[in-house]
Design a protein around this ligand. Structure first.
Ligand code: HEC
Ligand code: HEC
Ligand code: HEC
Ligand code: HEC
Ligand code: HEC
Ligand code: HEC
Length: 368
């Protein structure tokens, strides 16, 4: 009955699922949301762009096209207006370049995100990386359903875990690590919607994210000291204290642990109780047990910057982050949206300083 009401509602709404209407509902959604049995309804094609139908009887070109029928508008592919924790896949379609000391440098679209192949949205396979760095997962097989289970489960964001891995060329790719423990806000991530990431509204990450990324990026992960890669493990009391004290490059010491959380530099709060914590109001900074993780520096979907970085890692001042209005390929809205609604002091240096305060002895007001 519940399902029947949902189908009726969705048909009545012409498939424009509203926020009151759960779709996946932490499980498998009604099949026709994504599949068509004959590519025919009321004598008309369901997917007019593909008269012969699609693989897996999907109702749009491929799995990713199918997800984006709904999710593009929620902010997962929305002209850079998607200010969600995962990020807006629009950025993988944007390339910026500029001349610096005589050399042409660039920030190519394919380095801005996981290139989830979507013919309908113009997202092609990553042109640079043939597979996941540090692992074997082929770029030619990357889509939304490489990470999210289209048939749902009870994991954070329907992510795959050890029970079942993603479809991979007819078989399944096996995941060695379970889905991370975390709690997020709405999937609507644009405008004034509740899914927009800020310093108070953001995913609360508890544990397991770095291991989860290592399902595909095995060698880039290190929670011991055998490889020379940035650690992903407990921050320790000194770095936690630095994080809590740090307000900006102009104020390294007046921060308060109760309000020091930066949405742009998240960490795993390993002792948080996800049953009572509120991801729409969480400002508590770290203790020494809390962990630096992959998403302290990266986004899971896409960002305006190389290497899916949360901030531009190739400039010394945040104000010099590309895209700039002097870049080839920029449009004004790209420049306006690159840092969501976050604001910075004019002199703000790299956000690595939130944990490391290497801007301690800098000249205030330096411009290059
Ligand atoms: C949110 C979208 C979505 C919904 C809802 C959905 N599917 Fe799927 N389904 C997919 C995608 C995408 C694939 C292609 C394989 C992949 O990417 O994982 C697929 C593949 C399949 C397959 C073949 C591969 C496999 O996993 O066995 C079957 C069978 C299937 N779906 C049945 C169903 C049934 C039955 C329902 C309803 C109870 C359903 N699906 C609901 C998206 C969906
Ligand atoms: C028919 C529209 C529709 C389609 C198609 C669709 N979704 Fe969703 N999706 C929704 C709605 C509505 C929600 C919010 C309610 C919910 O979670 O059930 C949502 C929520 C989600 C969430 C957040 C769930 C959570 O636990 O917070 C994820 C992740 C997601 N979708 C992934 C996908 C993927 C991957 C596909 C393609 C396989 C897909 N969706 C296809 C409508 C859709
Ligand atoms: C299902 C496999 C899979 C998982 C899980 C996965 N990745 Fe990836 N990742 C890939 C593949 C394949 C590529 C190369 C293709 C591309 O960049 O589009 C890639 C590329 C990247 C890149 C380089 C992007 C570029 O083009 O320069 C970064 C950074 C990255 N992943 C970070 C992460 C993080 C952080 C996580 C965990 C939140 C994660 N990945 C989880 C498969 C995966
Ligand atoms: C490489 C793995 C990966 C791929 C590919 C991927 N996602 Fe996600 N997605 C995640 C993770 C991890 C999160 C949680 C991000 C966070 O909270 O920081 C997430 C979050 C989300 C959310 C919650 C809202 C948000 O923006 O954070 C939705 C909805 C979603 N994904 C849908 C999609 C859709 C649709 C696609 C394909 C167009 C997709 N995802 C591709 C890993 C992935
Ligand atoms: C969320 C906090 C956090 C952020 C953000 C962060 N780091 Fe770290 N970093 C750590 C921790 C924790 C360690 C381990 C320190 C220790 O064990 O003493 C570390 C160690 C290091 C080391 C020393 C590694 C070694 O083997 O001695 C370097 C270099 C470093 N970080 C650079 C960076 C750079 C560059 C950035 C920005 C791209 C950055 N970090 C961002 C927390 C962070
Ligand atoms: C302290 C910040 C930081 C942390 C933590 C971090 N990365 Fe990175 N990552 C970077 C930077 C900066 C780059 C750019 C290349 C470089 O410096 O090696 C990068 C590059 C990458 C690339 C692209 C490599 C290539 O060959 O193009 C991948 C993939 C990646 N990171 C995955 C991960 C995964 C997975 C984790 C967690 C296990 C992680 N990163 C943790 C900062 C970080």
């Amino acid at each position: 009955m519940k399902t029947f009401i949902k189908i009726a509602l969705v048909l009545a709404l012409g498939l424009s699922a509203s926020s009151v209407l759960a779709f996946h509902d932490a499980g498998v959604a009604y099949c026709a949301g994504c599949h068509t049995m004959h590519n025919s309804q009321n004598g008309a094609l369901v997917d007019a762009a593909h008269p012969a139908g699609n693989e897996y009887l999907l109702n749009a070109g491929n799995g990713t096209d199918t997800c984006l029928r709904c999710h593009a508008g929620y902010g997962q592919f929305k002209n850079g207006e998607g200010f969600g924790p995962g990020g807006d896949y629009y950025w993988v379609t944007r390339t910026f370049s500029w001349v610096s000391r005589g050399a042409t440098l660039s920030s190519p679209g394919d380095s801005h995100g996981h290139n989830v192949i979507s013919p309908a949205r113009g997202i092609a396979q990553d042109a640079t990386l043939a597979n996941a760095p540090g692992g074997t997962f082929l770029s030619s097989r990357l889509g939304c359903t490489s990470c999210h289970d289209p048939h749902g489960n009870q994991n954070f964001r329907l992510l795959y875990g050890t029970q079942l891995g993603p479809k991979y060329d007819g078989t399944r790719y096996s995941f060695a690590y379970p889905a991370p423990l975390a709690l997020g806000n709405s999937r609507n991530t644009y405008g004034t919607q509740p899914g927009v990431e800020t310093n108070t509204d953001h995913t609360i990450y508890k544990s397991g994210m770095s291991n989860w990324c290592a399902n595909c990026h095995t060698a880039l992960h290190d929670n011991n000291t055998t490889n020379f890669v940035h650690p992903t493990r407990a921050m320790g009391s000194t770095i936690a204290a630095t994080y809590n004290a740090y307000v900006s490059s102009d104020d390294l010491s007046s921060g308060d642990a109760a309000t020091s959380y930066w949405g742009l530099v998240p960490f795993e709060a390993v002792n948080v109780d996800l049953a009572t914590a509120d991801p729409a109001n969480y400002t508590q900074g770290p203790t020494g047990q809390d962990e630096v993780m992959c998403l302290s520096c990266h986004r899971a979907h896409a960002s305006p910057f190389n290497d899916i970085a949360r901030w531009d890692m190739s400039v010394n001042l945040i104000s010099l982050s590309h895209p700039l209005t002097t870049d080839v390929g920029f449009i004004q809205t790209d420049v306006d949206r690159k840092y969501y609604n976050y604001t910075f002091v004019a002199n703000q240096r790299s956000l690595c300083n939130k944990c490391h305060v290497k801007d301690e002895f800098d000249h205030a007001g330096a411009t290059h």
